[in-house]
Design a protein around this ligand. Structure first.
Ligand code: FES
Length: 155
């Protein structure tokens, strides 16, 4: 994380004095962009940098599902299984993904390419069911579109 300190210093200038705890979210996001996940050592170093109590960073990490605490696959497929998506076929899409990838939600393929998880509403209910792959939304998903998506990701 230490190599990100110059970026954090620039970020810090955007916040008024006394509001340093607001740096937790953007710093964690940058750490995750850099490594792909947030390690225990990152938490300790960030708590010392800002400074905030370590528990405050742990709480943020526990609350937001976007943050990862362990390495995941190259492609992170997040299937929304909240109400709108469920009503429009999310369970079928999830089942199809499980079958195609040979894993269950929460698992990563042996080759390290794909991690499959379920998430609550992704905020795109009008185009349900939705599958998020890394930062990109894939909407109105069905088995045929999932097959096409997996074909693209395999390239
Ligand atoms: S319920 Fe799936 S995006 Fe809202």
């Amino acid at each position: 994380m230490k190599h990100l300190i110059p970026e954090f210093d620039r970020l810090r200038k955007r916040y008024p004095e006394g509001a340093e705890s607001s740096l937790v979210l953007p710093c964690l996001r940058r750490i995750q962009e850099d490594r792909g996940w947030v390690a225990d050592s990152d938490i300790a170093e960030l708590a010392a940098y800002i400074p905030v109590p370590r528990i405050q960073i742990e709480e943020v990490l526990a609350h937001y599902t976007q943050y990862r605490r362990e390495p995941i696959g190259r492609w992170h497929l997040q299937v929304c299984h909240n109400l709108s998506c469920s009503m429009r076929g999310a369970e079928g899409a999830l089942g199809h993904l499980c079958k195609r990838l040979g894993i269950e939600p929460g698992q990563t393929t042996d080759d390290g390419r794909y991690t499959l998880t379920t998430v609550e509403c992704l905020g795109s209910c009008g185009t349900a069911p939705v599958v998020m792959v890394n930062e990109a939304y894939h909407e109105n998903m069905n088995p045929a579109k999932i097959d096409a998506l997996l074909q693209e990701l395999a390239k």
